[in-house]
Design a protein around this ligand. Structure first.
Ligand code: FAD
Length: 464
């Protein structure tokens, strides 16, 4: 059997694994990365990128559809149609270009990529089932970056009718009726896509609100937009299975009453779980935190010279967290002194409108015992948002009452995802309200709402 020896072995080439391998390569570490699927992992192949491509396509379609009716802009056009097969080919083209890009970057930095499924034989040896036969790889250091996969409900097993986000990103026809089980960010992003493309969408959520991790003020503009798009939302509602004929979703709502929701496709997005099976976790017997691999502030597991990064290590399951961990671990292995001390990991929910959170919400800050000052600036008073016909939403700042240190920033509105970097930067740099208020923000931009939110929290907003 073919055998390779390397200094660093990375299992999984998702955002965590490929960034770790690239950085290790840059630092001159002899590195092998093993990937069973395509480079880029969930994020690039069946997550962040394809979902954002479809969101873009659906937005363009919706814009034209909106313009083909009565509109104040004086533009007229004919009703749009969509060839979803062609849309998916366009989306696949973007994914392929990026697959090629990641593979190229790994190569450029001297990383060897092995295609196949890795399984531990012992703590520093794995056997890989490659297309050309089994291969043994021995390493001094191992990074586990095996990611996560969709949670399947036992009473709604995935198949042709019941699908996960993966299949929802590759449908070739817009379902007439789509039921979405789970009103979290993945279900809503995809539900909105299909509603804009013409599907009749019903979202079933067990909690008392969709996007239950956010406060009411942030969720309200999204709820309104779902309503405008004709998306039905059932909260306090539990999916129970398929009807006998298999053409409807059975839902128990509140007082135990059953509902039948006719559906051509049922998209189940009730969460994601770490990939901890099938690669020999039992062989190496790592300490766990519930379903996730336990790590410390250096991403070290309970086994010497074995690290874990990304979704397999817990929440927040986000690509940029995985990447930051991957980069840090490569530098630690290269001998640099690094530890995880991030002030915030911004999170974006790419619904319509989008939601951004960075740092603490007002409730979280109070729970931690902070005496706070908080206020928001609405996009209704922002000229750029008005000129884009997107006046919903706001930017909100949470700061300490005594010294005005900014503790958290939240926003909801069209395109606010692009403001997330400024929010994270302010928090990482330890900005005070006066720093944001005193930074000249270009006019007319939506980001002026950030400056105005700081001014308003200080008690002297200029445009409201
Ligand atoms: P993954 O990306 O899951 O990669 C793990 C890789 O390891 C996989 O390619 C897998 O094939 C490989 N692997 C696993 N086990 C083995 C083995 N034994 N041998 C060989 N290879 C193996 N996050 C964001 O930050 N922003 C978003 O907008 C966003 N949108 C999303 C939309 C959807 C629909 C989904 C599903 C997810 C989205 N995410 C988003 C989450 C994001 O995709 C994940 O947080 C991210 O991919 C985690 O990276 P990772 O490296 O930990 O694991």
């Amino acid at each position: 059997m073919k055998e390779i020896k390397t200094k660093l072995l990375v299992i999984g080439a998702g955002p965590g694994g490929y960034i770790c391998a690239i950085r290790a390569g840059q630092l001159g570490i002899d590195t092998v990365v093993i990937e069973a699927g395509k480079p880029g992992g969930t994020c690039l192949n069946v997550g962040c990128i394809p979902s954002k491509a479809l969101i873009h396509a659906a937005d363009e379609f919706d814009k034209v559809a909106h313009l083909s009716g009565e509109n104040a802009l004086g533009i007229s056009t004919t009703k749009p149609t969509i060839d979803l097969t062609q849309t998916m080919e366009w989306k696949d083209g973007i994914v392929s270009r990026l697959n090629f890009g990641v593979a190229g970057l790994l190569k450029k930095h001297g990383v060897k990529t092995v295609e196949g499924w890795a399984k531990f034989r012992d703590g520093k040896t794995v056997e890989v089932t490659t297309p050309t036969g089994p291969q043994i790889i021995r390493a001094e250091y191992v990074v586990i970056a095996t990611g996560s996969k969709p949670v399947e409900l036992p009473f709604l097993p995935f198949g042709d009718k019941v699908i996960s986000s993966t299949e929802a990103l590759s449908l070739t026809e817009v379902p007439k009726k789509l039921a979405v089980v789970g009103g979290g960010y993945i279900g809503l992003e995809l539900g909105i896509v299909y509603a804009k493309l013409g599907a009749e969408v019903t979202v079933v959520e067990a909690a008392k609100s969709i996007l239950p991790q956010y406060d009411k003020d942030l969720v309200r503009p999204v709820v309104k937009r779902l309503n405008d798009l004709g998306i039905k939302v059932m909260t306090n509602a539990k999916a129970k299975g398929l009807s006998t004929k298999g053409n409807s979703l059975l839902v128990e709502n509140g007082g135990g009453a059953d509902h039948k929701i006719p559906a051509d496709k049922i998209l189940v997005t009730v969460g994601r779980k770490p990939v901890t099976e099938g690669w020999g976790l039992e062989e190496i017997d790592l300490r766990m935190d519930g379903a996730f691999i336990h790590i410390n502030d250096k991403c070290e597991t309970s086994m010497r010279r074995t690290y874990a990064i990304g979704d397999v290590t817990g929440e927040p399951m986000l690509a940029h967290r995985a990447m930051a961990q991957g980069e840090m671990v490569a530098e630690i292995i290269a001998g640099e002194k690094r530890a995880w001390d991030k002030v915030c990991i911004p999170a974006v929910c790419f619904t319509d409108p989008e939601i951004v959170t960075a740092g603490l919400s007002p409730a979280e800050a109070k729970e931690l015992g902070h005496d706070i000052k908080t206020d928001l600036f609405p996009f209704q008073a922002n000229g750029r948002a008005m000129s884009a016909e997107r006046e919903e939403g706001f930017v909100r700042i949470v700061a300490r009452a005594d010294n005005h240190l900014v503790l958290g920033i939240q926003a909801v509105g069209a395109g606010v995802s692009e403001m997330s970097a400024g929010f994270a930067f302010a928090l990482e740099m330890g900005a005070r309200l006066e720093d944001i208020a005193g930074t000249i923000h270009a006019h007319p931009t939506q980001s002026e709402a950030f400056q105005e939110a700081a001014l308003k929290t200080l008690g002297h907003a200029l445009h409201i």
